[in-house]
Design a binder for this molecule. Structure first.
Ligand code: BTN
Length: 305
């Protein structure tokens, strides 16, 4: 079935032509198409035309033709996995290089921040994990999380950022989220699994509080992935010498700053005015005359955008 996947692209090809290329029967092609679909790969069929992948599918060949940097040089395009974070963790333990990317069409146990589940419709989203081996102090990890949010905003070009790194549509629905899982020993960061879930095409399976990028602009998944990886690489590199530049650009795209917000933190809830982002990436919140410094939490924007 993976051989067939490598022969499928954005253009329709007849079952007969595919059978000839692979040296198998048309019935065997049809069977493999069904297997690919069951695994979550977006294979489309049209009578009289044959088979193709949904245009913009991020196959290895399509990404390679657009890749601008070293992120994504090692790339796996998978059908169904439990979570791309788990697949990449195994690679990290096996010594995979920084910049390795695992993308899957379907996750059976995709996870979001604070232990929440993350579901995305196959063929419509970008769900992937990127391996980083940062030479950053542990205390700078929150800035990496902001930098990832900023890169997401830059690649999508719509909406704004809800602290720390949710990308919201202009009407306040969630377009994308970032999950950062780090392996730390002492003050050292051994590796970081940076997971991103971005809703690209509209789907009836998206929850009402979610939005898809294509509602606001034209979007091809593979073009977006290539651009996003290049922007992640640029912002990641910038973190080594120009933290203030990352923070300045992040603040400019914030939907949180200047707003009344409620934040659920591990210590409880606090409501107040979001006043700023501190140099360490924490959120500064003024509530009842006191300035709170929030390192981790869930922000709820109060009122409409
Ligand atoms: C959030 O907003 O809560 C973060 C969502 C992160 C989801 C992505 S999808 C790819 C990667 N694999 C996972 O299991 N989670 C992240």
């Amino acid at each position: 079935m993976f051989e067939l996947l490598a022969h499928l692209g954005d253009r329709y090809q007849s079952g007969e032509a595919l059978a000839r290329q692979l040296g198998i029967s048309r019935a065997a092609v049809w069977k493999q198409v069904e297997t690919l679909r069951r695994a979550g790969y977006p294979v489309e069929t049209q009578k009289g035309k044959g088979y193709r992948l949904r245009p913009g599918t991020p196959t290895p060949a399509a990404l390679e033709a657009r890749r601008r940097g070293r992120f994504g040089a090692f790339y796996a395009y998978l059908g169904t996995v439990k979570s791309t974070q788990d697949v990449l963790k195994n690679w990290a333990l096996d010594g995979a290089e920084e910049g390795a990317v695992v993308l899957a069409e379907r996750q059976e146990k995709g996870r979001g921040r604070r232990g929440r589940p993350w579901a995305s419709p196959p063929g419509s989203a970008l769900t992937f994990s990127l391996l980083l081996r940062p030479r950053l102090a542990l205390s700078s990890l929150p800035l990496l999380s902001l930098a990832a949010g900023l890169a997401l905003w830059e690649a999508c070009g719509v909406g704004g950022l809800k602290w720390p790194n949710d990308l919201l549509s202009p009407d306040g629905r969630k377009l994308a989220g970032v999950l950062l899982e780090a392996q730390v020993s002492g003050e050292e960061v051994a590796y970081v699994l940076l997971g991103i879930g971005l809703n690209v095409h509209p789907s009836p399976h998206l929850p009402p509080e979610a939005a898809a990028l294509e509602e606001f602009r034209e979007a091809s998944r593979v073009e977006l992935l290539a651009d996003l990886l290049a922007r992640l690489e640029a912002r990641y590199t910038q973190l080594s010498g120009d933290l203030e530049g990352v923070l300045r650009d992040y603040r400019a795209q914030s939907y949180t700053l200047g707003r009344l917000v409620r934040v659920t933190t591990p210590e409880g809830e606090v409501q107040g005015q979001a006043q700023g982002i501190a140099p360490d990436g924490s959120l500064l919140l003024e509530s009842e005359g006191r300035l709170h410094r929030i390192g981790a939490g869930d922000v709820h924007l109060i009122g409409s955008l």
